[in-house]
Design a protein around this ligand. Structure first.
Ligand code: ADP
Length: 500
């Protein structure tokens, strides 16, 4: 059995292409901030490695030069800085960070992956090839630093070549771990890129970096890493099959013994009904009746009929096929005929935005729709509705179903990915054992979704059942601490192979 004191001996190099608050384009930026901070709280010596984009260089604290490199294969010269991330709320010190300051690759206006017009940077292979290469150097006996990790944790395609570089390195090297946050982006480049990246021609092989005639950074990471992690146990299984493997299902199924799923945590300071400034009324599990004030405020604000007894459903999401918006559109007219109301907040594909907006026109007073991104309203919806809808076709982890449970708003979700792993379906057995916290529907069709909605309404009408569901959900721990413990245990389980 692995125990906590071992954390002290763990050194983890966490390679990422974005980290909040310095630079963020999506979920990876949040995870790269929250997970290392939670690992640090457990005593793990975790340090980040990131490219020196202008925003990163401008936001560092205690910056000092630790190494300089010139003539590293085809890469331009660069410096390596050591610094600290800004400390989060309540954290004593920020997580240490190494920054690759290579002006010709990273110091430019635009995003981390694209220019100001939204086009991929043409030299992305070199930009993230360098990130991967330095990751491999710092994770081996070629490192110029005194500090040595015993695990290198790569994230998404941008650091996918690190395990490949380590594989072909002859000296001492540490265990590598590849995290998948988004399998859709695979870092695919023409085969001619390989020689500029200082990788041997032999790696261009189906058992290696080759991917349908091109090369793929992500495939390299998945093939050469010692272990693979994704953001929920169910999604870890789903990506080993069509269609959710996005072309990598064969490789992933072949490595199934080396794949784990760990559910992300949530920011439990920002998403707390007791202190949330976006709510009309704060509440706790002991004062759950006060939640009704948020329902009234939301109904008034959205132009719905104000009625404390009618079950009010909510949905906040990107309007895409992944999120099951098409299913919601099919079911909404039936929901409008029931004793129920619906609030929708989201934006995305123009056609879906239009069809969602039309729901309000066709069902005034019963369905209200806001097209756009509105952080404040999303909090009021979590606090104000009775049940939250997530009919996602697939969902690697998902966040809103966790927010909902924390807000005493039992969610109805499609039984997929992280939704299946974090919501316990309401049945007589789960009500009896105190685990029921929401509702699952199993088939991605209107009949199954509608049956789920009817189950929610029936349970809502039983005040004892509903209160139990709310209390169970609010008592659950979705903190990053639990995720960090699971990551730490995987790191430790890999350590018998410390120096391969
Ligand atoms: P994904 O990352 O696939 O979009 P997640 O559930 O993991 O889905 O996270 C999405 C986050 O973005 C949630 O916190 C959700 O509330 C928020 N969000 C999505 N659309 C909107 C919107 N229109 N307004 C406010 N917040 C939104």
């Amino acid at each position: 059995m692995l125990t906590a004191p071992l954390s002290r001996d763990l050194g983890v190099l966490f390679i990422t292409s974005e980290v909040y608050p310095l630079i963020k384009t999506g979920g990876l930026g949040d995870v790269s901030a929250a997970l290392p901070a939670a690992l640090q709280e457990l005593g793990v010596d975790v340090r980040l490695l990131i490219p020196g984009y202008p925003k990163v260089l401008a936001g560092l604290r205690y910056k000092r030069k630790v190494a300089g490199f010139s003539g590293l294969s085809h890469f331009p010269p660069f410096l390596l800085w050591s610094a600290r991330l800004p400390a989060g709320k309540g954290a004593s010190k920020g997580v240490p960070i190494f920054v690759i300051d290579c002006p010709s690759l990273y110091r430019r206006n635009g995003g981390p992956y694209t220019n100001t017009a939204g086009q991929d940077w043409p030299d992305n292979a070199m930009r993230f090839g360098l990130l991967s290469k330095i990751g491999a150097i710092l994770a081996s006996d070629a490192s110029p630093l005194i500090w040595r990790p015993n695990i290198v944790h790569c994230n998404d395609w941008q650091s996918g070549l690190t395990p490949a570089y380590l594989h072909f390195y002859q000296g001492r090297k540490v265990v590598s771990l590849m995290s998948i946050h988004n399998l859709v982006f695979q870092g695919v480049f023409p085969p001619s890129t390989l020689s500029r990246l200082d990788l041997p021609a032999t790696s261009f092989n189906i058992n290696g970096i080759e991917y349908y005639g091109d090369m793929s950074f992500l495939k390299a990471g998945l093939y050469y890493s010692d272990h693979i992690i994704t953001v929920s146990p169910t999604y870890a299984k789903e990506i080993q099959t069509m269609p959710l493997g996005f072309g990598l299902q064969g490789l992933l199924a072949g490595r199934s013994d080396h794949i784990s799923g760990i559910v992300n945590g949530i920011d439990s300071t920002k998403w707390d009904p007791e202190t949330d400034p976006c709510l009309a009324q704060n509440y706790t599990v002991k004062r759950i009746a006060a939640k009704a004030i948020n329902k009234r405020a939301l109904q008034q604000m959205m132009g719905l009929v104000v009625d404390s007894d009618i079950p009010l459903f909510g949905m906040v999401s990107r309007h895409t096929y992944q999120k099951g918006c098409d299913l919601l559109l099919q079911v909404a007219p039936f929901l409008a005929r029931m004793p129920a109301q619906l609030v929708i907040l989201g934006s995305g594909e123009a056609g879906l935005d239009r069809e969602m907006a039309a729901l309000e026109k066709n069902h005034p007073g019963k369905i209200a729709v806001r097209i756009g991104f509105d952080e404040t309203l999303s909090h009021l919806i979590e606090g104000g509705v009775d049940s939250f809808l997530m009919p996602s076709r697939f969902e690697p982890c998902g966040l809103n179903q966790m927010y909902s449970q924390r807000y005493g708003t039992p969610p109805l979700v499609h039984a997929t990915g992280g939704l299946l792993d974090t919501v316990v379906d309401c049945t007589p057995a789960t009500l009896a054992d105190g685990s029921a916290s929401g509702f699952l529907f199993h088939e991605m069709d209107p009949r199954s979704f509608l049956a789920g909605i009817q189950r929610v309404i029936a349970s809502y009408c039983n005040k004892t059942t509903w209160l139990r569901l709310q209390r169970n959900g609010m008592a659950k721990d979705f903190s990053w601490r639990l995720s960090a413990i699971a990551y730490r245990d995987i790191y430790l389980s890999l350590l018998p192979g410390l120096y391969k």
